[in-house]
Write a protein that binds this ligand. Structure first.
Ligand code: ZN
Ligand code: ZN
Length: 781
């Protein structure tokens, strides 16, 4: 009796390639005594299951619970079913060669940090992969960074240069092995190898790992070729080498990220949370920014690693190579390290190096030694960054482990959109169907190398996804590199270009993350071209699909010198004083580090309107207050520095309450609410003000901005009826402000939305651009 036998054809989509999915299915099918096959398609997996129909159904039913840890199922679609006459096929289930099929969805697998099993192996002297830095398995290792094209199979990765030895072949073909069909499998016999090289390119003798570890212990800087690019490693407890690294990288103050040997070391140093620890141990193994413990006393020189904050960006070893740099294996005289600085292997503003040659060329004046290998990196991928703050964890940079992952939308897009992102913290995105696939962080487009990297990614990401863009979304700003490259792509492809206002994109991304396409958004950042030619950046926007209304903003101020004022906060103070008609007292001028001639020039400039673009940006107000309180340096050296110092000062004020004179006024003008910071600035400019209450003033200022947020949102609710408000833009990376604003808004009856999976800074812009461009094109028809 064979009437109950069935042959079921099923498509499975989601993260199903490069995560050990097929081998697991094979094992489960064998255990269940089912026949059939499984095959990788472009981005999905198709399988045929043959067996008694009850058993086949049961298999499908329990499948979501039994998939490998890194896999993620989006959809299981039954494509066909037929009854089978003969049960003779029972028991044979095969993995058949991948089909290259253009019709299916593609999900490019992200790189995965070293798994616990591989970690055990590299530290086990009896294991054949003992001390082998390129150990991987189906649960871990490079994917995106080594893929040349899809579907993900070894022949289409840079590992195709390493034919498997007999032992690796046996593992690769054994359904019971953890490396069954692990495309990145390698071993000391057949796989990639390390070498230690001097800046002039000479290969040094001896064990490369021992040599690199000895150099780190001696206070040298070692450029390490990791999974997605180069990192610069140094002993994080050695103040001298950190100072040298800062000098050579021309990075005087921006915090360094540090890698810890293990979680115990991290727990001794920073205050972790359960969700932060989950992130640290996750397959993305990101940098997580956490506050130093109050009782933290020794070990890491935080004043050198993170001079402007009491936070530390920490991570765990991401690959066997990184883990082995920490550990002392037999025969190696160098003791273990607890902490190593691992900072991006780039020169200022350039993308991180990925090839051996470019590292030797571009990092030779920074690194003392180069730890190189011959597993080529096809696509660049930095570390991902999360912040662990009062509202939980929030992504600040999407890269390893997250990119090129997709953000799911609640409503599908009508066409394929290529979104170009912004000028700083650039990342692009390709939106199609119900998802937006975000590229890894590209970075600031300030060097030819960065612009080239963007141009290349703009061609390659849609190719990987096999999606031809039907519309290109760019920022409204006419002279950004991202805009220009987007315009060229649109021309080449012969498709429409849609220009999306910067803050509109932020707001759309923030709402979309919560499944909304309408609502209020407070968008606070440092820059962004407005529709009226001024710079925006303290906006309350009301969104409807494809469009926005600007309901409130901060009073504008002239920026004497334009961009030059961004890194010289004192210029901004002069702009504000000029706007208010207040003369800057000599004592204040000296405290701000302004020469008398500078004061005169900038004031005249403001009065005459010469190179003094008007800005509404909240980021600039934070800069000004930081300078007025004597916190910001004369010249800031990285984006957001002055504001970060102000936030750090506010954190040390643990009392509550408001400071009279700091509150902002409001007025209505042409239907908009204008928030006026005049009184606060006048109060801080007053030479009679006591200067021993910096922390209190810093806190009171944050509180005043949060109250302004509440007034703006109330105004927006009265105008539109919307009672949900998103907080987005780089200024809301400030945890003190976000916490205060969230409390006040919630008390006033708002549903407050903050970012989780999309960065609040310009790294999240492309997602919003894709959504807006799609619906804007709809409206245009
Ligand atoms: Zn592994
Ligand atoms: Zn091998």
């Amino acid at each position: 009796m064979t009437a109950n036998w069935t042959r079921l054809t099923v498509d499975v989509s989601g993260v199903v390639q490069g995560v050990g999915f097929r081998p697991t299915i094979k094992r489960l099918a064998d255990e269940a005594g089912l026949g059939g096959w499984i095959q990788n398609r472009s981005g999905s997996v198709t399988m045929e299951l043959v067996g008694p129909s009850g058993r086949v159904r049961e298999f499908l039913h329990t499948l979501p619970r039994r998939i490998p840890p890194m896999a993620q199922l989006d959809q299981i679609v039954i494509r066909g079913e037929a009854s089978v006459d003969s049960p003779s096929v029972e028991g044979t289930f095969d993995i058949i060669e991948s089909a290259r099929n253009d019709e299916n969805r593609v999900v490019i697998p992200a790189d995965l940090a070293m798994c616990p099993d591989c970690r055990r192996e590299i530290l086990d002297p009896a294991n054949r992969r003992f001390g082998y830095p390129f150990t991987t398995c189906t649960n871990c290792g490079p994917r995106y960074t080594v893929v040349n094209s899809m579907p993900y199979d070894r022949v289409r990765t840079t590992l195709s240069a390493f034919p498997l030895c007999d032992e690796c072949t046996r593992e690769y073909e054994d359904p019971g092995d953890r490396r069954y069909h692990a495309e990145s499998v390698a071993c000391p016999v057949c796989g990639p190898k390390l070498r230690l090289v001097s800046p002039s390119g000479d290969v040094l003798g001896g064990d490369p790992l021992h040599g690199a570890r000895a150099a780190l212990a001696e206070g040298k800087i070692v450029a390490v070729r990791g999974i997605g690019g180069f990192l610069l490693a140094a002993d994080a407890t050695n103040v001298e080498v950190l100072a040298t690294l800062r000098e050579r990288k021309r990075r005087p103050a921006k915090p360094f990220a540090v890698m810890a040997r293990n979680l115990a070391v991290i727990r001794r140093t920073v205050r972790t949370t359960a969700s932060a620890e989950d992130l640290l141990r996750s397959a993305a193994a990101p940098i997580v920014i956490l506050p130093f413990r109050d009782d933290y006393a020794a070990g890491l020189p935080w004043e050198t690693i993170s001079p402007d904050t009491r936070n530390l960006g920490v991570m765990l070893p991401t690959s066997p190579l990184h883990a082995l740099l920490f550990e002392q294996l037999p025969g190696d005289p160098t003791p273990p390290f607890d902490w190593l600085v691992m900072t991006s292997g780039n020169r200022r503003s350039e993308p991180i190096c990925i090839s051996n040659d470019e590292a030797l060329e571009r990092l030779s004046d920074i690194a003392d030694l180069f730890l190189l290998h011959d597993r080529e990196i096809n696509l660049r991928c930095d570390d991902s960054v999360f912040m662990s703050g009062s509202g939980g964890t929030q992504v600040w940079r999407r890269a390893r482990g997250l990119a090129p992952g997709a953000i799911r939308l609640h409503r599908p897009l009508g066409r394929t959109v290529l979104a170009m992102g912004a000028e700083l913290k650039n990342a692009i995105a390709v939106g199609f169907e119900d998802r937006v696939v975000c590229s890894p962080h590209v970075g600031d487009l300030e060097t030819p190398e960065a612009v080239d990297a963007l141009a290349r990614l703009t061609r390659e990401l849609p190719l990987f996804l096999r999606r031809e863009p039907e519309v290109v979304a760019v920022d409204l700003h006419p002279d950004m590199h991202a805009t220009r490259i987007g315009e060229e792509r649109a021309k080449d492809l012969g498709v429409e270009i849609v220009r999306v206002q910067h803050h509109h994109a932020h707001a759309a991304a923030a709402l979309a993350e919560h499944g909304l396409d309408a609502g209020l958004a407070l968008v606070f950042d440092g820059t962004g071209y407005g529709t009226d030619g001024t710079t925006w950046g303290a906006e309350l926007l009301a969104l409807e699909p494809g469009r926005f209304t600007r309901l409130a903003t901060f009073a504008p101020v002239p920026l004497p010198g334009g961009d030059a004022a961004v890194f010289r906060p004192a210029r901004q103070v002069v702009g504000r004083a000029a706007a208010l008609g207040i003369a800057i007292h000599d004592e204040t001028r000296e405290r701000l580090g302004i020469a008398p001639l500078e004061l005169e020039t900038w004031t005249t400039q403001c009065r005459a309107g010469i190179n003094t673009p008007m800005t509404h940006a909240a980021g600039r107000l934070f800069d000004s207050v930081s300078a007025l309180l004597g916190l910001a340096p004369t010249m800031t050296t990285y984006e957001g520095q002055a504001a970060i110092q102000l936030e750090t000062a506010a954190r040390t004020w643990d009392h509550h309450g408001v400071l009279p004179g700091m509150a902002f006024g409001t007025r209505e003008s042409e239907g908009m609410l204008i928030v006026d910071w005049a009184d606060a600035i006048a109060c801080l400019l007053d030479p009679a003000r006591r200067h021993d209450d910096i922390a209190r003033c810093a806190y009171a200022f944050h509180r005043a901005v949060a109250e302004a947020c509440a007034k703006m949102a109330d105004f927006g609710r009265a105008k539109t009826g919307h009672a949900c408000v998103a907080l987005t833009g780089g200024v809301f990376m400030n945890d003190v402000l976000t916490r205060l604003a969230r409390t006040l808004l919630t008390r006033n009856g708002f549903l407050v939305l903050t970012h989780r999976d999309i960065p609040p800074n310009d790294g999240g812009i492309a997602v919003g651009q894709a959504i807006v461009a799609d619906s804007a094109a709809d409206l245009g028809r």
